[in-house]
Design a protein around this ligand. Sequence first.
Ligand code: LLP
Length: 421
Amino acid sequence: MDHFLYRAGVLHAEDVPLADIAATVGTPFYCYSAATLTRHYRLFDEALAWGPHLVCYAVKANANLAVLKLLGDLGAGVDVVSEGEYRKARAAGIPADRIVFSGVGKTRTEMRHALQGGIRQFNVESEPEMVALDEVARSMGAVAPIALRINPDVDAQTHEKIATGRSENKFGIPISRARAVYAHAACLPGLRVVGIDVHIGSQLTSLVPFEAAYRKVGALAHELRAEGHAIERLDLGGGLGIPYERTNLAPPLPTEYGDLIRRTVGDLGCEIEIEPGRLIAGNAGILVSRVIYVKEGEGRDFLIVDAAMNDLIRPAMYGAHHEIVPLIEPAPGAPMRPFDIVGPVCETGDTFARARDMTTLGEGDLIAFRSAGAYGAVMASEYNARPLVPEVLVQGDHFAVIRARPSFDEMLARDTIPEWL
Ligand code: LLP
């Protein structure tokens, strides 16, 4: 459930009519609901209430400082994958001992930065990275807490670009090598092993792959403990999917996911960490856009809108489906006809939907792309010299701009022309 509902025929974000926000900030814009973010975080927190745990929100899904502050104030930890995300988390007030650092290519500079500022754990993805982290930590007289990210060779049954748990993917240490690498870690004085990490992919709509992966992690934890390693924490990654299409079967609920974790690894008595991103932020955000033109083509009609692939790249990049709804609720039984919904960017890939049944819309009408709160604004670019769209946070009956639309002058000022030109 989210908080973007029609009231008296007008789409609202919580208690605010979205058209009011459009009138203030212009279109396109992203809008997030604080109540939905809160609800989704709590669902995970409650699903793991049977034991010690930390929900480490995956910052990559939506990295706005206001979103991070809101979640941090609820008690969330975070999963970061770059120095930039680490800095954002700290700037939003997340304590260092609630930050885990993931990613296949952490640089020594990033390691040093996180060790200086404080860190809960590094999720180490390869032996070369492990050796580098040991060197960096020792050079600082520090000891880095680590979990090794294991690649369990499990098919997450999701889009190939966001599946990460097969042996052919770049992520993690092959589970067959895990014991040897843990043995190596134990010999490195700059490191302290605290647990095991796994993440098999994103937008999973079944618990079956999670179960396969977590059983492997559970078995490995027993073996590693028998060999003397302190496995106190299990970081089980993110990945639980959301219903992008309301007509489809809904993905499993966080409670079912929490029960699965208890069933598969609960006996170990470890502190459980999870790294959900999409399920917390995805349906907590929408992208509002305005119809520029209705163009009747040969055999198909186009709704040309003022949002484009640079603002929301998921349809172009993954063929992703986003529900698109008018801000004024159509009358029951209003006639529908198919439109291609496209942006102004100069490539055919700038298509949000093909032959999507919509009620009649005209120039100036407002629409919303649903489920755009995760991997929306964070993946935006200024392609075609289109300034990044603003972000707005709603709470109850009030809203605030949490990232302003840059002016054209600001956009231009970022480039410099060398004096010798
Ligand atoms: N932890 C790690 C190590 C990850 O790589 C990811 C996502 C997550 C947690 C969070 O997964 P989530 O709960 O959000 O599924 N841009 C793509 C999604 C990329 C996901 C990358 N890693 C999209 O728009 O679908």
